[in-house]
Design a binder for this molecule. Structure first.
Ligand SMILES: O=P(O)(O)OC[C@H]1O[C@H](O)[C@H](O)[C@@H](O)[C@@H]1O
Length: 574
């Protein structure tokens, strides 16, 4: 069936809620929209499915949520009665329709007799990851579009290890979902019935308690934190989302008594009214925090995104202004602190390991090597970091120190297996406390690291390619570049290319196999001035991501060079 026919089916459906029917009537006047919203099924990417909250098979709505949950139900059924009994934990964030979708997913699973643990209210993503492990469920669902704009929602699926489902399983789930021919006929049992027969169980405070208890392990030097408590004032913002549920207790039990929330951003609100996108990457989300910090004379601002898996921070410089740090810089500070702490306490052993993605900063690895510990690169997607934690546990060949991604994700203690902004916030607060104890700001700390190891500076840019045409364009651009074997970028010689799709490394015109990674549409180039650049279509947004990482003597040269490289990449993508 083509897009127009499917659109007609939706028009004729008898069970569309009014808000979807209204949207269908208005948006449906635009043929291009119809083509985009009905021309394909919404895909499963880096983090499950994500899309605009609109009617359509290529959108997020009650019906696409129902269909994918039906796919999950069939995957669980295939694994037998035990899997059904273990069931699924479900959480949701502060977005429009999140609660409704979570409940709908519970009802669809319930109709298959699959046990469901549904959070009674919004909760952070890492708490769901923790709940899956803690309750030994077979899977987890989280209704969230993370840091995307308010028009979006999404559906993340977790495997029994608490990490986002690995591609093999996710593909299977998706293929089951696609076998659902009548998207309007997916069965959903009534909540009342499921509550009465015990299939649907609400969870909340009980899991909070246990998760908060685990969070206590994150702080590595509680005494130092305690001794410097009065030197540190932290501003915290949950950006209108789930971080609000736990931050207060988490900070307090960690010994951080001086944490002041940003009032306007502590209101749970799907409009995210104080932001354009509730993403701690962007300076604008910190504006209310800056004002408050100036008023109460605080030096550190910590922000978590609406589902509290990403954590960003801004720190005061000596001129009084705030610097918004990148995810890479935050991870660098954390890695240095953790290693220095282990060393000072005579606890540093060479079997510690840091894991990060191939598009994240090289500096934490440089530091790790200097301290003599192991490092491991994985593809983008925190689930791959989760897999490494499992590998270390099973093989017993390494101790997990931390995992991080440039996209503001960090994990220290693997009781959660997704990036955990609560853990990130606690660790960053501890880093701030460490520098305060030395009479320094966090920004001074970063400069100290740069002085020792050189300035690593990274910029990630997203080049938008929306719509169905966009997918095609991204595929064409990537395959064109792949075929070209570039020898020069931005006036610099390419020394080596890593092609993660063809799984080959090209160096001096010779190709050797690139082992140890699943296939992925990523190209990474290493240049003659210690710069690396990478290109990949995002798995969560209709964009190609262009990554640049330079190594220079000072930050000014680094910033300029990184900008120049970004321009060169933008030209390549024209
Ligand atoms: O670069 P993308 O494919 O858009 O993914 C960006 C990020 O999306 C989600 O937040 C995932 O959990 C991360 O692991 C990933 O790094």
């Amino acid at each position: 069936m083509d897009a127009k026919e499917i659109f007609k089916e939706w028009q004729n459906a008898t069970n569309l809620p009014d808000y979807l029917r209204d949207q269908l009537d208005t948006l449906g006047k635009d043929e291009k929209w119809v083509e985009d919203a009905f021309g394909q099924d919404i895909n499963f990417g880096t983090a499950g499915m994500r899309g605009r909250l609109e009617p359509g098979t290529n959108r997020i709505n009650l019906f696409t949520v129902g269909r994918v949950t039906e796919g999950l139900a069939r995957l669980i059924e295939e694994n037998g009665e035990e899997a059904k009994k273990r069931g699924v934990a479900i959480s949701f964030d502060s977005r429009y329709h999140s609660r409704e979708f979570a409940e709908h997913a519970a009802r669809v699973l319930g109709a298959h007799g699959i046990h469901v643990y549904l959070f009674d209210d919004l909760r952070p993503t890492p708490e769901l990851s923790y709940a899956v492990r803690h309750l030994h469920t077979f899977a987890g669902i989280n209704i969230t579009a993370s840091h995307n704009a308010k028009q979006y929602n999404g559906y993340k699926v977790y495997g029994e290890d608490g990490a986002q489902m690995a591609p093999e399983h996710a593909d299977r789930l998706f293929s089951y979902a696609q076998k659902v021919t009548d998207i309007f006929g997916v069965k959903a049992a009534p909540v009342k019935e499921l509550r009465a027969n015990g299939t649907l169980q609400l969870i909340g405070e009980d899991v909070d308690e246990d998760y908060l208890n685990e969070l206590k392990q994150v702080t590595v030097d509680p005494e130092m934190v305690k001794a410097n408590a009065d030197k540190l004032k932290i501003i915290y913002t949950p950006l209108h989302g789930t971080g609000k549920m736990l931050y207060d207790r988490a900070f307090r039990q960690g010994g951080f008594d001086n944490v002041i929330p940003v009032p306007s951003q502590s209101i749970i609100d799907p409009e995210f009214p104080t932001t354009i996108k509730p993403n701690p990457e962007y300076r604008d989300v910190f504006e209310p925090g800056f004002k408050l910090a100036n008023k109460v004379n605080a030096n550190v601002i910590i922000a978590t995104d609406p589902d509290a898996d990403r954590m960003g921070a801004a720190v005061r410089k000596s001129d009084g202004d705030f610097q918004v740090l990148t995810g890479n810089q935050i991870a660098t500070l954390m890695a240095y602190y953790l290693l220095a702490h282990l060393k000072e306490n005579g606890k540093l052993t060479s079997d510690y390991e840091i894991v990060t993605s191939v598009v994240s900063s090289a500096l934490p690895f440089k530091i790790a090597k200097d301290f003599g510990i192991k490092t491991k690169h994985v593809l983008t997607g925190f689930k791959y970091i989760g897999e490494e934690v499992d590998r270390m546990k099973k093989a017993g060949d390494a101790k997990f120190l931390m995992g991080f991604e440039e996209s503001y994700g960090y994990l220290f203690k693997p009781f959660a297996r997704d990036k955990d902004a609560m853990q990130g916030a606690l660790m960053f607060a501890e880093v701030a406390s460490y520098y305060a104890s030395r009479g320094m700001t966090v920004f001074d700390g970063l400069q100290e690291i740069w002085k020792k190891y050189g300035v690593a500076y990274e910029i990630t840019r997203a080049i938008e390619m929306p719509g169905i045409g966009g997918q095609k364009k991204m595929a064409e651009l990537m395959s064109k570049l792949r075929g070209e074997h570039l020898t020069e970028i931005g006036g610099h010689r390419v020394l080596k290319i890593q092609d993660f799709l063809k799984k080959e490394t090209i160096e001096n015109g010779e190709s050797t196999p690139l082992e140890g990674f699943p296939e992925s549409n990523v190209l990474k180039y290493f240049l003659d001035d210690e710069t690396w650049v990478a290109l990949r279509p995002s798995g969560t947004e209709p964009v190609i991501k262009a990554y640049v990482g330079v190594n220079k003597k000072d930050i000014e040269t680094a910033e300029k060079s990184a900008e120049d490289y970004q321009k060169a990449l933008a030209d390549l993508l024209k």
